[in-house]
Write a protein that binds this ligand. Structure first.
Ligand code: TYM
Length: 322
């Protein structure tokens, strides 16, 4: 059985982009893979400075993931902070990492451009991510398009380490869900937990509708033919429904024909979200009322991840001469 690892940062409420590109892949893979999915709380420290906000975000992301359908019977689900060996591994990898590899990381530049402070943590973020990944010897890392470079850096670092010290790390493959590019947010930029442009499927119906109605469109009138490919509403719809889903083809057709205003397309998106996440919304309320269960899930997940991380770290320590 192939082993899978991926992570999600608790830097704000989960959104449709996280679900469509990442979490849905995890749920599909649970059936026939050995799964390690974690909440990247150390990584969130690069952006979240308020301890209460961090604790609340971690709790919320955990509950949301379980509500979406991450199944603790089939997935080892844990908090990064409960597997501190990854920070030791990050040090060993960092000592092998040429500085230029970090200089070319696009997410650091993007975050600076958004006004985040340039801490060393933010700069070396991809090294910690490489440690997360390599700590359980996974075969495959399913992520969204914006994490492609981080997985490539991981492979690169593991190869450098192996070339210097022998075969310590397994080199994992990257997996990006077919047809899922980056999902745009309500402003047409990449949907992000920290850009204020995200759509959370767990919002109250009224609030959800308000956010969807805010999605920017061009100013074409009802009767005019419209191009679905350049419309943010359509892109979000397609990301969630799927490229090959008949509802996507049908909506595209209505765009091209004319006679449908953007308000109608937005209503279709709202209904899609409410239908798709109906069961998850119910489960989420149950989970919020059962903190004991959630804690037990995380404890069990951390035990499995720690066992793997201890083996891998011991191998790496021995190889470098510690
Ligand atoms: P994060 O928390 O930003 O995102 C979690 C997952 O969601 C995907 N994603 C998107 N996909 C499509 N469209 C979007 N607008 C969009 N926004 C986010 C991401 O690609 C990701 O798969 N650095 C990681 C967390 C991490 C990690 C890891 C991931 C830490 N260690 C090890 C994999 C393996 C991050 O910030 O993801």
């Amino acid at each position: 059985m192939k082993r899978v690892l991926s992570g999600i940062q608790p830097s704000g409420p989960l959104h449709l982009g996280n679900y469509a590109a990442a979490i849905r892949q995890f749920i599909d893979m649970q059936a026939d893979h050995e799964m390690y999915i974690f909440v990247a709380s150390y990584h969130a420290l690069t952006t979240v400075r308020d301890p209460k906000v961090l604790r609340d975000n971690v709790r919320q992301v955990v509950i949301d993931c379980l509500a979406f359908g991450i199944d603790p019977q089939r997935t080892n689900f844990y908090l990064q902070q409960d597997v501190p060996k990854v920070t030791e591994l990050a040090w060993l990898l960092g000592c092998m990492c040429p500085k230029h590899l970090m200089d070319k990381a696009t997410s650091f530049k993007d975050k600076l451009a958004k006004g985040l402070s340039a801490s060393i943590g933010l700069y070396t973020y991809p090294i910690l991510q490489a440690a997360d990944i390599l700590s359980v010897d996974p075969d495959v890392v399913p992520v969204g398009e914006d994490q492609r470079q981080h997985v490539e850096i991981t492979r690169d670092l593991a190869e450098k380490f192996n070339a210097a010290y022998g075969p310590v790390f397994k080199i994992p493959d990257l997996k990006i869900r077919e047809g899922s590019g980056l999902m745009p947010g309500v402003d047409g930029q990449k949907m992000s937990k920290s850009y204020g442009n995200a759509i959370s499927p767990f919002l109250e119906e009224k609030a959800l509708k308000k956010v969807i109605m805010k999605i920017t469109t061009d100013s074409k009138g009802v009767d005019e033919a419209k191009d679905p490919e350049t419309c943010t509403v359509f892109q979000i719809f397609r990301g969630l429904a799927g490229v090959n889903d008949p509802r996507t083809a049908e909506l595209a057709e209505r765009y091209r024909k004319g006679g449908m205003g953007y308000g109608v397309a937005k209503q279709a998106l709202l209904e899609l979200i409410l239908n798709h996440f109906g069961p998850a919304r119910k489960r989420r309320v149950e989970l919020m009322n059962d903190p004991g269960y959630v804690e037990q899930v995380l404890r069990q997940g951390a035990a499995a991840a720690n066992a793997k991380a201890s083996d891998v770290t011991a191998r790496a320590r021995k190889a470098v001469g510690l």
